[in-house]
Design a protein around this ligand. Structure first.
Ligand SMILES: NC(=O)C1=CN([C@@H]2O[C@H](COP(=O)(O)OP(=O)(O)OC[C@H]3O[C@@H](n4cnc5c(N)ncnc54)[C@H](OP(=O)(O)O)[C@@H]3O)[C@@H](O)[C@H]2O)C=CC1
Ligand SMILES: O=C(O)C1=N[C@H](C(=O)O)C[C@H](O)C1
Length: 251
């Protein structure tokens, strides 16, 4: 039985994880973490993890960038493997993750779907081949409750494109004004928010008289929750290090 500490219990993903883990005979949630501990759960929820007496095999974190120091600090102190799905992390947070990976297993990805990660791989190859003459723009659409913009996935896809380019692009976040003509070195990233959209990402390669559009739609939040449980099962068997979805897929 895999014992999980769930971070972000009261959030949209926290609720989806409780459903998915509840249906999995090989996993259970033994404790939770959230800023709000007044949750209707069969396991204890802590806002201060120094109070947590339960021992988890792995932590799954879908919370908020402001929660990062608490949840990651607990993982580091207890050497508990952690799957970090939260987006909007700072450069300092990423440096902590890098350092933490030298001491215990750390899995981080901005998107736990198989499709987005296969797409990222394909974009790395495509970008180099289309380098000359194509302008690249990324458009992401999410629900109206999303805190961060652009999405972590849009940045993941932009980084994958840039990895494949000899001449790296500069990211331009949105575009408005009377004097903002597109420059060739720009890679535009645009965020749309509304309703309950679970997550859509489109990468445009716009050339002369031709347009390539590569599109991914998450049809529900389930795809992320299932991906998180798969990542947790994979991570508990790993040595200290940094892990991501591409590594899991290739495993
Ligand atoms: N990598 C991936 O595949 C995916 C990543 N995500 C990411 O996961 C994160 C959560 O998403 P989602 O569930 O939709 O967001 P929600 O806003 O619905 O949930 C976030 C939860 O974290 C809690 N929280 C907020 N601030 C703190 C804090 N300082 N300390 C502890 N807990 C806190 C919230 O409490 P309260 O409501 O009281 O503020 C809430 O319960 C986001 O960063 C999102 O981008 C989402 C889906 C897929
Ligand atoms: O907040 C969300 O909902 C999502 N966040 C992730 C992101 O920022 O890329 C992943 C997914 O698109 C859903």
């Amino acid at each position: 039985m895999l014992n999980i500490l769930l971070s972000g219990v009261g959030g949209a993903m926290g609720h989806m994880l409780q459903t998915i883990i509840g249906e999995d005979p090989d996993c259970q949630i033994v404790a939770g973490f959230d800023i709000n501990t007044d949750q209707d759960t069969p396991f204890p929820v802590y806002s201060d993890l120094s109070q947590c007496e339960e021992k988890a095999d792995v932590i799954i974190d879908f919370s908020h960038y402001k929660a990062f120091d608490s949840i990651f600090g607990y993982a580091r102190d207890t050497k508990t493997p952690i799957v970090i799905a939260t987006t909007g992390l700072s450069e300092a947070n990423l440096a902590d993750i890098e350092a933490g990976g030298r001491e215990f297993p750390v899995f981080r990805t901005a998107n736990l779907s198989l499709g987005i990660n296969l797409l990222a791989k394909a974009l790395r190859d495509m970008a180099g081949a289309l380098e000359d003459g194509f302008d690249i723009e990324i458009i992401e659409k999410h629900h109206n409750k999303k805190a961060d913009a652009p999405s972590g996935t849009a940045l993941l896809l932009a980084d994958a494109v840039n990895d494949g380019l000899k001449n790296k692009k500069d990211y331009t976040f949105g575009r408005h004004g009377r004097d903002c003509k597109r420059e060739p070195q720009e890679l535009g990233i645009h965020a749309v928010r509304g309703g309950t959209i679970p997550g859509e990402h489109t990468v445009l390669f716009a050339g002369n008289d031709e347009l390539i559009e590569i599109h991914h739609t998450a049809l529900s939040k389930k795809v992320f929750a299932n991906g998180a449980v798969t990542a947790a099962k994979y991570l508990v068997n790993q040595a200290p290090g940094l892990y991501n979805m591409e590594m899991l897929i290739e495993n």
